[in-house]
Ligand binder design. Structure first.
Ligand code: SF4
Length: 502
């Protein structure tokens, strides 16, 4: 199997950097139907540019390359132990080449292995089949959308929808609730993989496997085809929109399977996938390991560009901020303003925020812009280089953020999906804003990063370290201001009102 490792590295590289055609088509449709000039439309423009940039540079579409999950079919007689070993070697090598972010963290010590290898990572599922070739499918699903997976046990009482029972009508309401509860935190517009029935653990697995279906296929079971079509239509009346900014497209796919269940249980398991829906596959010669065919994509067909404009369409009304930012500058901003950040910023996510609760910061954060981001970084010679650097889900920092603003004078918090009432109150009391970046736009934002000025707390691992960056024209939208306004709270309330009518 002399070609196996390189074939697998190529599969990982393409999956990380090149969205499959069905997802590109669905995102193109979202782009064309959104009302021009809205925040959702601006977000979709950045997403489209980012998709093109990732292909050009063969770099990760989103910095969160997720839990690599391989679904493998082998002919009888293929040594699956050897194959698993080569998959692990390919994952480590792709990580070294900057195609995957080091994402494997020891759950007891918190230590990042640095190469995406560890207990149960990557995830590999094997099946045998009576065909001559090996098939390997790969899904890279990041943490932001993984955290929005949800499982319902029917009958249940759902927010804004009331009591739902053990039938397809109950399932329909669960699926609308699943889209609503994700808001922008799972980087909407998203897609649902769904399993009705089974047990809790296997139901989630079967739900994830539904993400292997293309977005344009039609369920062969008429009742499920009807359910999928209805959920697609109704979810797109909710108004969540791209990144939860409010808009026309909230869902790009809904794929449902049903499995037998125990008489006592009726689970509806939902795998929520973000717009950066990375899924590809290959057929491999079982003797040499060479790729004989790509699944989901045809490499001989030229890719059309996604972007209508180059990056973020500027209007000239953007507010330029150069840290250190003053309280006066922050209080002049209001929800909906577009900000271009120039100069210095720091990254900080879960580990940094927990650290700052007990320790002083390693740098002066007065007037600083603090970016919730776990980038992909490579060291080239003595210099660190940013390979991918989009925002991560901010709500995880809700327990800490108000204290960090109050104690250290941070003026701009940048992330995605918004934050809660405690942070909003601190922003009002101490003068700070929340700037929503476009989730998944890792290449777009990496290109705004001109230099890595330094790194602190690198012991936490590359994604969790505090990176000191110099940026130019880093675009984000004010979605929580220093006057107590939150676009996220507004969209959640308005979409809840629609949900209640469905
Ligand atoms: S696009 Fe958003 S939800 Fe998806 S992997 Fe990236 S950060 Fe996570």
């Amino acid at each position: 199997m002399q070609f196996l490792k390189e074939s697998l590295i190529e599969l990982i590289t393409q999956t990380s950097s090149n969205l499959p055609p069905d997802v590109r088509a669905a995102m193109g449709m979202a782009l064309n139907t959104e009302t021009p000039g809205t925040q959702s439309s601006q977000a979709l423009d950045i997403i489209a540019s980012n998709i093109d940039m990732a292909v050009e540079d063969e770099s990760p579409i989103c910095q969160d390359t997720g839990m690599p999950t391989f679904i493998v079919h082998t002919p009888v007689g293929v040594d699956q132990i050897d194959l698993a070993k080569t998959i692990r070697e390919a994952v480590a090598e792709a990580t070294k080449r900057g195609k995957l972010r080091p994402n494997s963290v020891d759950s007891l010590t918190g230590k990042n292995s640095g190469n995406n290898l560890g207990d149960e990572t990557p995830v590999i599922h094997f099946d045998q089949w009576r065909q001559d070739e090996i098939e390997v499918k790969l899904v890279l699903k990041g943490g932001g959308c993984e955290n929005k997976n949800i499982q319902y046990s029917l009958p249940a009482e759902l927010d804004h929808l009331g009591r739902v029972g053990r039938d397809l009508e109950g399932v329909r309401k669960c699926l609308l609730h699943a889209v609503w509860q994700a808001q922008g935190q799972g980087c909407a517009p998203g897609a649902l993989g769904v399993c009705i029935g089974s047990d809790r653990a296997h139901g989630y697995m079967l739900a994830k496997l539904q993400l292997l279906r293309t977005l344009d296929d039609v369920n062969p079971i008429p009742e499920l085809a009807e359910l999928e079509a209805r959920v697609m239509q109704e979810a797109n009346t909710l108004g969540v929109g791209a990144m939860g900014f409010g808009g026309k497209t909230s869902l790009i796919g809904c794929k449902v399977t049903a499995a037998n269940r125990l008489p006592a249980s009726f689970f509806v398991s939902v795998a929520y996938e973000c717009w950066a829906f990375r899924r590809l596959g290959v057929r491999l010669d079982a003797n040499s390991g060479a790729i004989t065919k790509w699944l989901y994509r045809d490499p001989s067909r030229a890719l059309d560009k996604m972007a209508r404009t180059s990056g973020f369409p500027l209007t000239g009304r953007e507010v330029i901020l150069t840290p250190p930012i003053t309280e006066e500058q922050v209080r002049a901003l209001k929800v909906g303003d577009v900000v271009l950040l120039n100069g210095e910023m720091y990254t900080g996510r879960d580990a940094v925020h927990a650290y700052l609760m007990k320790n002083p910061p390693p740098v002066d954060l007065n007037g600083a812009a603090l970016y919730h981001c776990g980038p992909v970084m490579l060291k080239q010679g003595d210099q660190w280089v940013v390979k991918a650097a989009g925002p991560t889900t901010s709500i995880r920092e809700e327990p800490y953020q108000a204290d960090v603003i109050k104690r250290y004078g941070v003026r701009a918090v940048i992330g995605k999906g918004g934050m809660g009432p405690k942070t909003l109150a601190a922003m009002k009391d101490f003068g700070a804003v929340y700037l929503n970046g476009i989730g998944g736009a890792a290449q777009y934002y990496a290109r705004t990063m001109k230099r890595v000025l330094g790194v602190h707390l690198l012991d936490f691992g590359i994604p969790e370290a505090m990176w000191h960056l110099e940026v130019n024209n880093f675009a984000a939208i004010v979605t929580m201001d220093a006057h107590g306004n939150s676009l996220h709270a507004d969209v959640e309330r308005e979409t809840a009102n629609v949900l209640a009518t469905l």
